[in-house]
Structure formats: C-alpha cells, structure tokens
Design a protein. Sequence first.
Length: 62
Amino acid sequence: MLPRVKSRNGWFRAVRLSTGNERPAPETDMSESDSMAALEELTFDILISIHQLRLREYPCAI
C-alpha cells in the first residue's frame, strides 16, 4: 500500500517515488470535489516544476 501525503486540501495517496522516510498518515475521507482539487493542485505544481527545469536547461527558450 502506498503512503498518503498531505496537501493543502487534505490527504491523498502518494505515487511511488520513495525517499525512504514514509510514515503512516491518518485516515481521512475526502469528498470527490476535495480530492479533485488536490489532484488539480498537484498537477499544477508538477507542471510548474517541469517548466522551471526546462528553463534551467534551456534558458534562451523563454
């Protein structure tokens, strides 16, 4: 079973990117709209991170 991670909108299951420091999270039920908001927030954060990495690799591509 994958660990849960905390978002601003609640707890959700983590993807398998292990640092070796996982700890159990409290079980909380999220509504569908809360879980969609958490997923949307996570997706946005990932896209921003990818964009920042690309800018570091190709600074002239702005």
